[in-house]
Design a protein. Structure first.
Ligand code: VGL
Ligand code: ZN
Length: 194
């Protein structure tokens, strides 16, 4: 199956930040291997001058998702810290749009649509189809994809450019199955026609 990029397409890169990569505070095992693949998708969208959105987890230092404050996770992606920076190898064009999420102490947000301007931004670009990759498959990618489907976007999940934490060994695989069940289509880099 091939997919040809057309006006109305947008690339959404979820949370490819240092803390989610090996060496970070909440590493996704193997998360670094998706970076060169994401760069290939970026190159395709850039060639067509299609919108590219990079989301980032952007927490205050006392965020409710941190264990010390009753949450599930070690501290990660604290706003303006090095851990919250995008991976240095991620080749984001200067025209990329950045969406920060889960920015207030009392609200967790796995979806990049949650309390952000993402939907308004996509609407302003007249986006109809979103191509979603990044980290982590079963948390922020899954919840962003679910909301995108709710908002009536056609969703392509970049199967070779997502990576799971897999606290339970099947979590990533189950998340992909759920997204497909909800109507997302999974594609690989070589399926993309620019
Ligand atoms: C994420 C756990 C905690 C994610 C964010 O980006 O998938 N996971 N915060
Ligand atoms: Zn987080």
């Amino acid at each position: 199956m091939t997919v040809t990029l057309i006006p109305g397409d947008a690339l959404i890169i979820v949370d490819v930040q240092n803390d989610f990569l090996p060496g970070g505070s909440l590493p996704v095992p193997g998360g670094n291997y998706i970076i060169p693949v994401l760069n290939q998708y970026i190159a395709g969208f850039y060639t067509r001058r299609l919108p590219i959105i990079a989301t980032r987890d952007w927490h205050p230092d006392d965020h409710c998702s941190f264990r010390q404050y009753g949450g599930d996770w070690p501290p990660h992606c604290i706003a303006n810290s090095e851990g919250a920076d995008f991976a240095p190898g991620l080749a984001l064009p200067v025209y990329s749009n950045i969406i920060s999420k889960a920015t207030t102490q009392d609200k967790e947000a796995y979806s990049a649509f949650s309390n952000t301007q993402l939907n308004a931004l996509l609407q302003s670009f007249q986006v109809k189809r979103v191509f979603v990759g990044g980290l982590a498959t079963e948390y922020c990618v899954l919840n962003t994809v679910k909301d995108a489907i709710q908002y009536q976007y056609a969703v392509f999940i970049l199967k070779d450019a997502v990576c799971a934490i897999n606290r339970q060994p099947e979590d990533g695989r189950l998340a992909i199955a759920e997204m497909k069940h909800l109507g997302a289509t999974s594609i690989y880099c070589e399926d993309l026609v620019v």
